[in-house]
Ligand binder design. Structure first.
Ligand code: FMN
Length: 147
């Protein structure tokens, strides 16, 4: 059974709303197992077929906890090569963080990334939530195709 992990950080709840909608979309298929978490240990990542990381942009950067998570994953040589990767996050005006995460997924971990990252300005409205559900569904379809 394909497994999808959605791991995210959210300070004021906007990226969390996105994460929940993505999980809803990914859960469209009963044959796919979806886990939605605020944190995960790097060594569990190897057991997933797709990993989606949600991070808001603060100070033109990703947040410290997500940065540390990626650094530890690299430090412990967790093999993510060929897994599906996607990044998303709420932002206010510049929105760099999800793009930074996606770049690391692609170049450091050699994952198959979904481009572009999904960015939503501040609070996601219904249209934004629908985009999130679509991303979740799209990733779930990809895991089914490659399983
Ligand atoms: C102190 C502070 C710094 C911020 N810096 C940025 C920034 O550099 N670029 C940007 O696009 N948004 C910035 N924002 C806006 C947040 O990304 C935005 O409020 C987002 O919705 C927060 O997501 P969250 O609710 O998931 O924490 C900043 C917000 C705060 C409070």
């Amino acid at each position: 059974m394909p497994k999808i992990l959605i791991v995210y950080y959210s300070k004021t709840g906007n990226t969390e709303k996105m994460a929940k909608a993505i999980a809803e979309g990914a859960g469209t298929f009963q044959e796919v197992k979806v886990e939605l978490k605020r944190s995960e240990s790097p060594w569990r990542l190897a057991s997933f077929d797709a990993i989606l990381i949600g991070v808001p942009t603060y100070h033109h950067d990703m947040t410290d906890n997500i940065k540390k998570f990626l650094e530890e994953t690299a430090f412990h040589n967790v093999n993510l090569k060929g897994k599906i990767g996607a990044a998303f996050g709420s932002y206010g005006w510049s929105g760099e963080a999800p793009g930074m995460v996606l770049e690391i997924m692609e170049h450091k971990f050699e994952m198959k990334v979904v481009k572009p990252p999904l960015l939503i300005k501040y609070v996601p409205d219904e249209k934004g939530l629908e985009e999130c559900r679509k991303l979740g569904k799209n990733v779930a379809e990809q895991t089914l195709q490659s399983s």
